[in-house]
Every structure is written in C-alpha cells, then in structure tokens.
Design a protein around this ligand. Structure first.
Ligand code: FAD
Ligand code: SF4
Length: 470
C-alpha cells in the first residue's frame, strides 16, 4: 500500500478546486473557488512524495511542515493536522487562499517538474476550515501565564503573527488598530472574491478566546499615545504596514476621475461590510471605461472589483510583458477569464483630459538590459504613443512606508526609504533602535506578502520573549 501511495502521482494528476460559473462570479463579492471535498484533498495529499529534504518547506516563508500535515490529512487526522499547521503559521486558512503558491511552496514541489505540484495551498486552507467547522480550537492547555504584557500596534498579519506567538508563551498581547475590524489589508484591501471577511471574524473570536485582547477603532498617536504604551507595557510591537501610495510622476495624475488603488478597494469593502461612514466616500465605476495602471496583486484586485461593479470595460496597462508581471499568475488568469483586457508593454506617460480624465497616453515598450534587481528594464519605442480612452483611472503602482512623526520622539530610526530599521540578525530579532520597541511586516521590509508579514511578526515575538527573558 505504501508503494502504491508513493506512485499515486502517476495515476492522479494535480487538481485545482472548481471555480464558480463565470457569469455568477462576475457579479458577486464572494470567493470564486469551491472548497475541496474530502476525497479531493485525500487524493492530492496522497500524491505527496514525502521528499526527504522537502523543498516546499524551505520555499514556504513560514517553513510549514507540509509533507507531515499532508500525511495526517491523507490518514483523516484533521485535528492533528490543524495543530501541526498552527505550530508554524498563524493564519493557515488565509495563506492557503492568498499566497502566490506558484512561486512559493507549489513552485518548489518536486512534482511541479512535469507532473503538476500537489495543491498545497488548498490542502492548507481545507485543514483549518474543516477543523474549525468540526469544533477544533488551538490547544492552550499547557500555557503557563507570566505577568508580562505587550502592546501590538496593527492587527494586520504581522501584528497577529506576533500576538499569536506571545499568547502561546503566556505573555498577554493587547492589539490596537485604527480600523473597526482585525486583519489590516486582509480585511481592508484584499477583496472578498479572494478572501471572504467571515474568515477574519472567525479568527477574531478564536484569538480572543486564546487570550489576545483587541482594542479596535483606536489609533496610536491620536487616541492613545506611544508614551502611554511604553509606560504601561513591557514591550511594544509595531506592525503598521505601508500606506504611502506610489505616484507615476506624469502629468494629469490630479485630474478628477483618477484614483489611487487602495482608497477604491477600501471604499468597496466598506460598502459591502457596512462600515461606510458617508455614501460620498464610495468610488463607483459602474458604467465607466476603466483603465488600471500596474501589474501586481493590487492592480488585479482593482481589475476584478471593477468587473463586479459593472464597469463598461476594464483594461489593464502594464509596462513589461506578461512573464515579467509581479502579480500571481493565478490572479492574472482569473482577471482575464472575467473579462479584463490586458495591454502589455505599455508605459503610461500622461493622463489626459480637459477638466476630468478622458484617457491615458501610453507608449509601447520593449525590454532592455536588466536593472539592479535583475529585471529587464522597459524601454519606450519612439513614435509609438497612443491614447487609451478612459472615464476613470486607477493607479496601482505600489506602496512606500509611511513613517509617523512620533517615531523620532521615541528614537525609532527609519532608513533612507522610510522603512523602520529592525534587523532580523541581532541579539533580539526585529528590535528597533529603541530597545523596548520591535517591528515587522511591510513597514520593515517594504510592501510584500501576507505570509512574510506573518513570519516577521512571529520572529519578532521570539525576539520579544528573549528580551523579556520569558
Ligand atoms: P497591514 O496588513 O497593512 O496591517 C497594518 C495594520 O496597522 C492596519 O490594520 C492599520 O490600520 C494598522 N495601523 C497602522 N497605523 C496604526 C496606528 N497608528 N494605530 C493603530 N493601528 C495602525 N499579499 C499576498 O500574500 N497575497 C495577495 O493576494 C495580496 N493581495 C494584496 C492586495 C492588495 C490590494 C494589497 C494592498 C496588498 C496585497 N497583498 C497580498 C500584500 C499583503 O496584504 C501585505 O503584505 C500584508 O497585509 C502586510 O501585513 P502588515 O501586517 O505588515 O500590514
Ligand atoms: Fe504555501 Fe503559503 Fe502555505 Fe507556505 S503559507 S505552504 S507558501 S500557501
């Protein structure tokens, strides 16, 4: 039987979960993938070769024990699989949904070489969703409580990762966030068709039961000061994200009808979740010709939100070719299926219009020499300018750190691009220049991924535990 298992990949191919019918999908803000059935997940987990030195584990930023939990689910041990998966990951059901698996765990799977990788992400999502549905909760019975407490600023993946490790080690985390729900960009950024918000609501309940306290609608620096945190808590962790929107630096960016990606996405989430304060905050693209500029995950989310809001047309202009897009290939494929028109090798040089946006002037590019990051630079082809007609333009060029003025008052140093300095390689991991303050996630590494933010939050918690001598 064991021999049979080891060759299962020859009989059973990779199988992705089914997607909802395209016509329904395009109109609703719900996840597009159907959950795996017990049989599907068993078939996929049996395909795992149980490699001696599993590359998937190395490539996964939190180093999940992937072959071990695949084996447990292939044996039907859901609760043990959930317990094991939570030893390395704070939000496995979220990562299973939103990680770009094609360049992480699944990209490194031995079977990816010709046979099709095991669908690791979906198995990870299945374990936690199923375990929760069956009444499983993280086992906190052996936690020995200390008298220490730590303030966590930001309830995004970094802050949650940190709070999770602290509470499991008997240190009380109090998590502050200016938003009305936990999750950071998981709630106020990533749209519902990738990640339904009930996932975070359930998490808030689980975390609260574990002993994490949340103080929402509370901004540090405004409602509560950093002085108060530093005097009341034994340490502070900052996981505040990056919220400066990158600009294109070309004419016309201030024309009415031109919006940054995040306010557009947040206005959509706020309306869907009932958090909208004022109806005029909602940015509607209904019936409009929308042009999205950019090629990352944020651009794909703008594209697909616009489709669901019934835009007349949605085109996405990106300055490199499809192979060089930074966004997840899966999301590019989903956007295309839903009706987004991609215009590759088009660099915007101006947004044009009299008193509101009427179009985007682009120039065609070809890829030249590699830049310092090894990515080939797009070079404009002279004379190739054209105007893409548009009623509304969404700019998704990425984010830069947004350091607060009060950082300097507390000797928290930032580097020359505004990221908080909190190196991993030092006595206390992710400690800032203020010994009592630790930091991680996007505000330290620059905008990146959910799973890397979780990793840094968890590692910073280890640094805090060492610092507190717990
Ligand atoms: P955040 O998630 O930004 O959380 C920071 C939190 O801190 C926020 O809740 C904020 O309100 C709070 N905060 C900030 N300042 C204060 C203050 N002074 N007081 C109180 N609270 C404060 N990654 C993926 O892996 N897969 C994807 O598919 C994906 N899609 C994305 C789509 C979009 C539209 C965007 C914008 C990002 C996407 N990302 C994706 C990236 C990912 O969401 C981020 O890398 C990740 O959320 C960073 O986590 P973080 O905890 O560092 O910060
Ligand atoms: Fe793959 Fe992300 Fe899960 Fe790691 S956390 S196993 S990279 S889906």
């Amino acid at each position: 039987d064991r021999l049979h298992n080891n060759f299962q990949f020859l009989d059973v191919g990779r199988q992705d979960p089914n997607k909802k019918a395209i016509e329904t999908r395009k109109t609703e803000f719900v996840e597009i993938y159907q959950p795996f059935s017990e049989e599907q997940v068993a078939n996929q987990s049996h395909r795992c070769l149980e490699c001696g030195n599993p590359y998937c584990e190395w490539k996964c930023p939190v180093h999940n024990f992937i072959p071990n939990w695949l084996k447990l689910i292939s044996e039907g041990n859901i609760f043990e699989a959930a317990e094991l998966s939570h030893q390395t990951n704070t939000l496995p059901e979220v990562c299973g949904r939103v990680c770009p698996q094609d360049r992480l765990c699944e990209g490194a799977c031995t079977l990816n070489d010709g046979f099709g990788a095991v669908t690791i992400g979906n198995a990870e999502k299945y374990i936690t969703d199923t375990a929760f549905a069956m009444g499983w909760k993280p086992d906190m019975s052996s936690v020995v409580w200390t008298d220490k407490k730590v303030a966590v600023i930001g309830a995004g993946p970094a802050g949650l990762g940190c709070a999770d490790v602290l509470v499991r080690n008997g240190v009380k985390p109090v998590v502050f966030d200016r938003y009305p729900e936990i999750g950071g960009l998981l709630t106020f950024g990533i749209p519902e068709f990738k990640l339904e918000k009930s996932v975070l609501v359930r998490r808030r309940e689980i975390f609260t039961e574990m002993g994490i306290e949340f103080r929402l609608n509370t901004e540090i620096g405004k409602d509560v000061s950093m002085e108060e945190l530093l005097s009341e808590y034994d340490a502070v962790f900052m996981g505040m994200g990056t919220y400066n929107y990158m600009k294109g630096g070309f004419p016309g960016e201030d024309l009415p009808g031109v919006y940054d990606a995040l306010p557009f996405l947040v206005s959509s989430v706020n309306r869907n979740l009932g958090f909208e304060k004022n109806p005029s905050d909602f940015i509607s693209v209904e019936g409009k010709k929308v042009v999205v500029l950019g090629g990352g995950d944020t651009a794909m989310d703008c594209n697909r939100t616009s489709i669901r809001q019934q835009a007349e047309s949605v085109s996405c202009a990106y300055r490199r070719d499809e192979d060089n897009m930074p966004g997840s290939k899966r999301e590019v494929a989903n956007a295309r299926e839903e009706g987004v028109e991609f215009l590759f090798n088009r660099q915007p040089i101006a947004i044009v219009g009299e008193d509101k946006v009427e179009g985007v002037k682009v120039v065609t590019t070809q890829l030249g020499e590699a830049d310092e990051n090894g990515r080939r630079r797009p070079e404009p082809i002279p004379g190739s300018e054209e105007i893409l007609p548009a009623d509304l333009v969404l700019i998704a060029f990425g984010f830069r750190p947004s350091p607060e003025a009060w950082f300097a008052d507390h000797s928290i140093n930032v580097n020359d691009w505004g990221g908080v300095e909190a190196p991993e390689q030092q006595a206390f991991k992710f400690q800032t220049s203020n010994p009592k303050v630790f930091a991680g996630g996007d505000m330290v590494r620059g905008s990146d991924l959910v799973v890397t933010a979780i990793w840094e939050g968890r590692e910073a918690a280890e640094g805090i535990l060492d610092y507190l001598e717990v």
